[in-house]
Design a protein around this ligand. Structure first.
Ligand SMILES: Nc1ncnc2c1ncn2[C@@H]1O[C@H](COP(=O)(O)OP(=O)(O)O)[C@@H](O)[C@H]1O
Ligand SMILES: [Mg+2]
Length: 218
């Protein structure tokens, strides 16, 4: 699936310059880079939440894009109602909630959930829909190890079964090693590495990537 080259400029400062890219359905493409390198800006442009410079559309066709923002705000209703909100299918909602181990929170007010629980709720709501492209912005950032594992399983399974393009912004090197097929590496708004995740991780071409990977714990 083709994605057009896009740039984003705020008050005269260009914070993102991405070339045209080809994403393959059924593969998970991770996006890494330091704080402020442009990951969320790119995710937002792909999701259609933010306009790229010159109103360039990221996709050529009418691809449907699902997006999980870095921070999700729950609606003032129960967790189940939050999941079963846009696509309505209670059995499926509960099934997804079970997969992410939040089914016991079904009747609880969503506003009272912890960060990691809220993220799983947002993910369950997103996965209720059918999309050509899914953009997840650090979905596991506030999750514990168990929830992270459940989420990674769901992401992998959904990507293969639905054959969608999956774009996963993450800070975790281990997560990239566990789930990513491909990897984009951003540095100060520029794409400095791009390729198969294993290849990029084992033989990065740029000094900035090497440094970043060296200092990256988990
Ligand atoms: N609405 C905005 N106005 C001005 N600058 C912004 C805005 N959104 C993002 N930026 C800047 O763009 C850069 C990239 O931000 P972001 O994409 O959120 O980075 P990341 O997700 O990689 O941490 C940062 O320097 C940030 O301050
Ligand atoms: Mg971000």
């Amino acid at each position: 699936m083709k994605v057009n080259a896009v740039t984003k400029t705020y008050e005269g400062k260009t914070v993102l310059r991405m070339p045209a890219l080809e994403f393959e359905p059924g593969r998970i493409c991770a996006v890494m880079g330091a704080n402020g390198s442009g990951k969320t800006t790119y995710a937002r442009i792909l999701a259609g939440v933010v306009r790229a410079d010159g109103k360039i559309k990221p996709f050529e066709g009418n691809e449907s894009v699902g997006y999980m923002p870095q921070k999700s705000y729950p609606f003032r209703m129960t967790t189940l109602s939050n999941v079963n909100l846009i696509v309505k299918d209670k059995a499926r909602a509960l099934d997804l909630m079970r997969t992410l181990s939040i089914d016991h929170l079904a009747k609880q007010r969503a506003g009272s959930l912890s960060g990691g629980e809220t993220a799983r709720m947002a993910l369950a709501r997103l996965f209720m829909g059918e999309f050509d492209v899914l953009v997840l912005d650090e979905p596991t950032a506030s999750m514990d190890i168990e929830s992270t594992a459940l989420t990674e399983e769901l992401i992998k399974k959904a990507c293969r079964e639905r054959q969608c393009v999956m774009i996963l912004v993450t800070h975790s090197l281990k997560q990239v090693q566990r789930v990513a097929d491909d990897l984009l590496f951003l540095y100060k708004g520029e794409l400095i590495e791009h390729g198969e995740a294993k290849k990029v991780l084992s033989s990065p071409t740029r000094q900035e990537t090497k440094q970043f990977l060296e200092f990256l714990g988990d």
